[in-house]
Write a protein that binds this ligand. Structure first.
Ligand code: NAD
Ligand code: UDP
Length: 321
């Protein structure tokens, strides 16, 4: 297939490129590098099956030639207001990537009769009142809170995708991605995995926001990419959660990472939570992915973290092991 992939230079997008190319597909990547990095795709520069166009997907998109699939992964993704790469500092860009970007890429898919896959998020469940989260849960989202620029953009994107499915008979798919980690995350985008590993490598205390009782469920990127690939070739049109159901408190997560280093890094527990809207619990119900895609995560947390630490060790000059 010839696949248009937005966000190709990002963390997930670049891993997706590797998998799609390994499966024999051609990729036209679109990225404006607002949070991604040329380094993530540098190894693909000489690959004749890969082309990267520097372009903001919230502006009109023209792709010449036939297109078989369009995959929309372009969006800032970190909620951390302290990082220039977090969506609180890129609010309009985030809204536009989710709203205008989705509309533009659906247009590209419609013009070619191509299938379309949207990267949505567990954030559409907000600070969930249902636990674990099934796809049937409508969510608990503050429409004007600090996370709203991301959450509402993704909710709009899902609605727009379903409109193209229902009214234009487009072959669409929606993946709701839960916290994913691995090599090629930005060290400075403020998400918990690069923050904790970066701090541990520098010998600094790990900064737990709040009392650390909030939970997340972390999925290694290779597992996620496998779920995305299966969904792309499925006949499922309703949203599908992809994530690792192994739930862990952020306090325990910090302890797990700290214990990977000698001597272990101290852990600082902040009294204040990181602004309002930090979800208290998050865990995917993956029954639908298991049933319709035959998918389950395979990589245990300790193994995925070890691979991720090895990557970040190459990014921090003075490091501990
Ligand atoms: P990332 O920041 O590493 O990648 C996003 C990529 O999109 C970057 O390369 C960025 O430059 C590009 N981009 C952003 N806006 C753009 C625009 N207007 N035009 C062109 N390119 C643009 O983040 P990621 O973690 O790889 O996330 C990728 C996708 O997966 C996002 O849509 C995100 O919402 C979704 N997602 C990720 C997670 C996760 O845990 N990583 C969880 C849920 C959803
Ligand atoms: N977090 C933390 N310390 C950090 C960064 C994040 O305690 O240095 C917490 C954050 O408050 C949240 C969880 O880790 O509860 C996951 O945060 P992240 O930014 O990775 O993404 P989220 O899941 O909130 O979208």
């Amino acid at each position: 297939m010839r696949i248009v992939l937005s966000g190709a230079a990002g963390f997930i997008g670049s891993h997706l490129c590797d998998r799609l190319l390994a499966e024999g597909h051609d990729i036209v990547g679109l990225d404006n590098f607002i949070t991604g990095s040329k380094e993530n795709i540098a190894h693909l520069a000489a690959n004749p099956h890969f082309r990267l166009i520097e372009h903001d997907v919230s502006k009109t998109i023209e792709v010449s030639g036939k297109v078989d699939a369009v995959m929309h992964f372009a969006s800032p993704a970190s909620p951390n207001p302290d990082s220039p790469y977090g969506y609180p500092q890129l609010p309009i860009q985030t809204l536009k990537a989710g709203a205008l970007g989705t509309h533009n890429l659906l247009g590209v898919a419609k013009a070619s009769g191509a299938r379309f896959l949207l990267a949505s998020t567990s954030e559409i469940y907000g600070d969930p009142l249902e636990h674990p989260q099934k796809e049937t849960y409508w969510g608990h989202v503050d429409p004007v809170g600090p996370r709203s620029v991301y959450d509402e953009a993704k909710r709009f994107a899902e609605a727009m995708t379903m409109a193209y499915y229902r009214y234009h008979n487009l072959d669409t798919k929606i993946i709701r991605i839960f916290n994913t980690y691995g090599p090629r995350m930005r060290l400075d985008d403020g998400r918990v995995v690069p923050n904790f590993i970066g701090q541990a490598l520098r010998g600094e205390p790990l900064t737990v926001y709040g009392d650390g009782s909030q939970t997340r469920s972390f999925c290694y990127v290779d597992d996620l990419v496998d779920g995305i690939y299966r969904l792309l070739f499925s006949n499922e049109h309703d949203p599908v959660n992809i994530g690792n159901p192994a739930e862990i408190s952020i306090r325990e997560f910090a302890e797990r990472i700290s214990a990977m280093f000698q001597p272990p890094s101290p852990i600082t527990v902040h009294i204040e939570r990181r602004g309002s809207g930090d979800p208290q619990r998050r865990q995917p119900d993956i029954t639908r992915a298991q049933t319709v895609l035959g998918w389950s995560p395979k990589v245990p947390l300790d193994e995925g973290l070890a691979r991720t630490v090895r990557y970040f060790q190459t990014k921090i000059p003075k490091q501990r092991s």
